[in-house]
Design a binder for this molecule. Sequence first.
Ligand SMILES: [Zn+2]
Length: 278
Amino acid sequence: MFQDIEPHRISCEFKPMQPTDAGYVVVYNHDSVLLKQEVNGFTLPTCADLKRIQPGMLNDLQYLLSVDDNAFFLSLQKPSLQPGFVFKSPQIFRKLSPTWLAFAGATAAHLGRWYEQRRFCGRCGATLSHKPDERALVCRECGLTEYPKISPVVIVGIINNDKLLLTKAAAGVYRRYALVAGYVEIGETLEAAVRREVMEETGLRIKNIRYYKSQPWPFSSSVLAGFFADLDGPDTVTLDTRELAEAVWLKPTEIPEGEPNFSLTGEMIEAFRRGLIT
Ligand SMILES: [Zn+2]
């Protein structure tokens, strides 16, 4: 999956790190990220690149994460654009290589989105400051502490004997088959969210809910938790057409091959297609 970057290792915990020339910089601005054009595509600029195009931006860099010895820093300042540099949606990290840089860049953009949207205290309106000893922002006026935002999502593969329920979303550009999925509500267990999302989107009852795997999903500031469950009762789907355009029961031989190496949804569908889920 996207996060599997072995033999490289990502560490996302907060450390007091100072920028070096080789460090990568995520310049985050309104859901776009500054990229450097190369012969074969794009890459992230380094501190050395920034020093060249706009040295003032190096004064206010925030350490985000590391992959091996490569540190990634954040800038929320908007540079004057130079030839060879361009702002792109963080979605570009789905296609960037190498894969460790793509995953680190997308994760850094998740943190960048949070820092950009938490400049001011939600309680008193004062400017928030970086907490020196952990990944948090703190209000010096009223003491409020803000931690990074991660919205949990459940994904459910519903199994009816030898068939899996595959869905297509009503909105958006994603046209491949997917699984029932939705955000966890405050006050809900993951299992309760699984039951509720399945009922809301398909009208189906389920049993034997079992955990499969999880995946950090930086594009929606989420962590995804994947479950399989068995149908419990009639298999007639009552589609929530605000969420889904289509839901079909398919046997492994009827399921088209997807992109199992990238997303948890893709891996779950592929695992069922190959007979690995019982
Ligand atoms: Zn405050």
